[in-house]
Design a binder for this molecule. Structure first.
Ligand code: PLP
Length: 395
């Protein structure tokens, strides 16, 4: 707030403080030097985090690792796919997703995404027969039609991995996102709902997948004995799988654990803030926030909206500048230089096929961070700045 009580453009990049409870635990770990997850005979912070996260989401097993990218990679390896296996992914996702597929010696196949940011089910159904696995990215929490996807994949016998990196707390048809497919992967990188700087976790109900992922994450020798309920599966796989060493260390778990009880409140605040801004943007003839599909209950910490009614690329670029002049950073996914969410920038894939529908969406879809700590006045400032900037450019 400015001294006269007027709200200034809020800083949307700063994080929130980590709960105080983390400090005592970090002190204890620093004093003992007990930072490796497998040193303590039991109850290491990483093991406790796994138990708490599995309970929170309603999954049988959880494995904490160094990042969501590591979780996605281990999920693919745990499925035991043949080299060169084809993995369907949405063309609207973060570059980490095709990267994890390449890392696992598989080949990504890109599926078109509609202007509502969700998988185009006609293109998905057409491409599924060529796929060995499916990795669905719930981009910014936007959930594709998981009922239709699971029905098609179950009928075809194709396993589904959910990239729920940025979707913790999202619910689909009463089920937690990340528990619908065979494996669900989440991120604790700083821009996600739970912030540990870096970190990731995967959940599954399948003991074979859990055991294989645990061993490959670096549970060498018999360290897997510290993962409850998996003795038979892990004993079977010991020494038969490579060790990629993608473990989480205790300090990260100490930062994450006290944030888990705050997830429900953050989700509620994020949803209220998002819907408040969406209500204002939808009053503008130039802007539209796509509706979620019926079964989805969102958990947003950002807002995405489309420039509608015949904008040119030049006007879209001017709009970004006009919002910036008001102190609000708006990224049009396809117009911000080198954006890691624009598929044509994934040059590491070699020849990227053109996906005209996804490309058209990315050229008009805008991204604005709305951290859940923002006040209503700050949210209103952001909404007004966006609406005014659109009005200025479109007249
Ligand atoms: C952040 C993110 C990732 C990568 O997570 P890391 O923990 O940074 O590896 C993958 N997919 C999506 C959709 C993301 O938002």
């Amino acid at each position: 707030m400015a001294p006269d009580g007027q709200t200034l453009a809020p800083n949307v990049y700063d994080s929130e403080p980590i709960p105080d409870a983390a400090r005592a635990e970090i002190d204890r770990l620093l004093q003992s030097g007990d930072l490796f997850r497998y040193t303590a005979p039991s109850d290491a912070p990483v093991a406790l985090l796994e138990a708490e996260f599995a309970e929170l989401l309603g999954a049988r097993y959880a494995l904490a690792v160094s990042s969501c990218s590591a979780a996605l990679f281990l999920s693919l390896k745990a499925l035991d796919l043949p080299k060169g296996a084809k993995v369907l992914i949405p063309a609207f996702t973060f570059a980490a997703v095709p990267s994890s597929v390449v890392h696992a010696d598989c080949e990504p196949m890109l599926v078109e995404v509609g202007e509502n940011y969700r998988v185009d089910m006609a293109d998905f159904a057409a491409k599924l027969p060529g796929a060995d696995a499916v990795m669905i990215s719930h981009m910014r929490g936007h959930t594709s039609d998981m009922d239709a996807i699971m029905a098609l994949c179950d009928a075809a016998g194709v396993p589904v991995i959910e990239d729920a990196a940025h979707s913790l707390g999202t619910v689909w048809g009463g089920r937690n996102i990340g528990t619908i497919g065979r494996v669900g992967c989440f991120s604790f990188q700083s821009y996600k709902l739970v912030n540990a700087g870096e970190g990731g976790i995967m959940i599954t109900d399948d003991p074979e997948i859990a055991a294989r992922a645990i061993i490959m994450s670096g549970a060498y020798e018999t360290n897997w004995k510290k993962h409850p309920g998996l003795t038979n599966s892990c004993a079977h796989w010991q020494n038969k799988l490579p060790l990629y060493n993608l473990r989480m260390q205790n300090l990260s778990a100490a930062v994450i654990r006290p944030q888990l009880p705050l997830v429900a409140e953050r989700v509620a605040k994020g949803r209220a803030g998002h819907d408040r801004v969406a209500g204002s943007l939808n009053l503008s003839a130039h802007l539209a926030v796509p509706e979620a599909l019926g079964p989805e209950e969102r958990a947003p910490d950002s807002i995405q909206f489309n420039l509608v009614g015949g904008w040119t690329d030049r006007q879209a670029t001017e709009f970004q500048a006009a919002a910036k002049a008001r102190g609000v950073s708006v990224q049009v996914f396809g117009l911000s230089e080198g954006n890691a969410r624009a598929f044509w920038n994934w040059q590491f894939l070699g020849e990227v096929p053109d996906l005209p529908q996804t490309r058209a969406m990315l050229m008009r879809a805008c991204d604005v961070r709305l951290p859940v700590r923002l006040t209503e006045a700050e949210l209103d400032y952001i909404a007004a700045a966006i609406v005014d900037a659109a009005q200025e450019v479109r007249g």
